[in-house]
Design a binder for this molecule. Structure first.
Ligand code: ATP
Ligand code: FE
Ligand code: MG
Length: 344
């Protein structure tokens, strides 16, 4: 089936066309430039930008793929999680297309889309995979038995997401928003062993209840305290070493806990997705540790890690092929859609 996917959960307006597991086109318009000067996403600003970009982005995708809208078999759209205003713009456009074309609508989960997009790049998932989705809003470990119908949430962050922690430490170090990519760049020049920052939820006492959960807010506070201390002592701030040591603490915990979960559940394939999977420290550490553990690692190229329409079209395509019933045309959007709900 030919599936048109629409993504508007945050600041990217994404539209893509997928046939089976083949990506025909992936078009994105971003309003990040407008948000950067506020140091964060302003939902009202993002909603208006989606409203203005929606039809031109759909037209561009259709034009580039050289297909006619009448050839589309189904419309997939992000139903959550995300920002309610932005989600509503995408859902409204998808409903209008579904009713206008007389084609089924599928409201799907953004976070599961972040994992599913890898199927477009590396082919269909094996029977059972572990998915680590790390982004601006999530750090979640998912056991995926069928990406269209059967996803179990093993754990998640108890406080900040990995990308969020990077953005907050970026702000602390005076870097532009979003800080994640800036810390990544600085960390490459620093010494990851310069400062020993804490590893959240790795103590023996946390293993029973929080084996697959993460916590990064204590780490963020530790970085803030360390910087304050140096400033008070009148010493220069070694920004690259802080970035490298902080990144090391985050990716050490993410990879160690994820690989332990793969072992516990006897899963041989790990998929990493979400905006933070663009991070080069995570990519390197995951590759090293998966090789040691004999785990097959799949991470999509960076352009499919951050928010895009391809991830939603890919998940829509999987859901259609699984024979799942379409969504009702009166579905709402859910800012905190559970990660076990693949489609609504
Ligand atoms: P969610 O998917 O949970 O709804 P989101 O859509 O806002 O959240 P994404 O767009 O998937 O998040 O990811 C954005 C996050 O990824 C930001 O926090 C950003 O700083 C981070 N990020 C992007 N590239 C890098 C990088 N190279 N290193 C570290 N962080 C990065
Ligand atoms: Fe996202
Ligand atoms: Mg984004």
């Amino acid at each position: 089936p030919l599936v048109l996917g629409i993504e508007t959960s945050c600041d990217e307006t994404g539209v893509a066309l997928v046939r089976g597991d083949d990506l025909l086109v992936d078009t994105t318009a971003s309003s990040m430039d407008e948000h950067a000067r506020f140091g964060g996403i302003i939902p009202e600003v993002a909603s208006r930008a989606h409203l203005e970009a929606m039809i031109p982005t759909i037209q561009q995708a259709i034009g580039e793929a050289d297909v006619d809208l009448s050839e589309v078999d189904a419309i997939a759209v992000t139903a959550g999680p995300g920002l309610v205003g932005p989600l509503t713009i995408g859902a409204s456009a998808a409903k209008a297309l579904a009713i206008g074309l007389g084609k089924p609508l599928y409201g799907v989960n953004h976070v599961i889309g972040h994992a599913c997009v890898d199927q477009l790049v590396h082919g269909a998932f094996p029977d059972r995979v572990m998915a680590l989705v790390v982004s601006g809003g999530h750090s979640s470990l998912l056991l995926v038995d069928d990406v269209a119908t059967d996803v179990t949430e093993l754990g998640s962050t108890l406080d900040d997401a990995a990308g969020e922690a990077f953005d907050k430490v970026g702000r602390l170090l005076g870097l532009p928003y979003p800080g994640g990519p800036h810390i990544d760049r600085l960390a490459r020049e620093g010494d990851p062993t310069a400062i020993r920052f804490p590893r959240g939820l790795t103590a023996a006492k946390d293993q029973a209840k929080h084996a697959a959960d993460f916590s990064f807010s204590g780490l963020k506070t530790a970085v803030a305290r360390w910087v304050e201390n140096e400033q008070d002592a009148g010493r220069p701030i070694p920004v690259a070493d802080i970035a490298a040591s902080f990144a090391e603490a985050v990716v050490d915990v993410l990879t160690a806990k994820t690989i332990a979960a793969c072992r516990r559940h006897d899963v041989g394939t790990l998929v990493i997705g979400g905006g933070f999977s663009a991070n080069s420290q995570l990519r390197a550490k995951a590759a090293e540790r998966c090789a040691e553990a004999g785990i097959d690692l799949r991470i999509p190229p960076i352009r499919y890690c951050t928010d895009n329409g391809a991830m939603i079209a890919a998940l829509g395509s999987a859901v259609v092929r699984a024979g799942v019933a379409p969504s009702a045309l009166d579905i709402g959007v859910d800012s905190s859609m559970p990660l076990t709900t693949v489609s609504v």
